[in-house]
Write a new protein. Structure first.
Length: 94
């Protein structure tokens, strides 16, 4: 596969992944915390940022959309929030 065909195949794979997962909205950490406070009984997926990226990654569903953020510091999550600890959060095209 030449470089152009490989790039087109990769772009198509990303488009399929986005279509399958729905809309993912990237927000700043402060905005994520505001949404979290509006959704105290929600579900949050948390993953460490890893060796190269560092920090923490968070994903949460709110009103039909998925919100994603990365933060240098871990959030204090409300005790009422259900947390899933993941090895990694993969966002298409990210």
């Amino acid at each position: 596969m030449n470089g152009g065909a490989a790039a087109a195949a990769a772009a198509a794979a990303i488009a399929r992944a986005i279509k399958a997962s729905g809309a993912i909205v990237r927000v700043e950490p402060g905005e994520f915390v505001k949404l979290l406070n509006r959704n105290p009984n929600g579900l949050v997926v948390h993953a460490p940022g890893g060796f190269l990226r560092g920090g923490e990654a968070y994903l949460m569903s709110y009103k039909g959309l998925a919100f994603y953020t990365r933060s240098k510091e871990a959030f204090m999550l409300p005790a009422t929030v259900e947390v899933i600890e993941a090895r990694q959060i993969w966002i298409p095209g990210h």
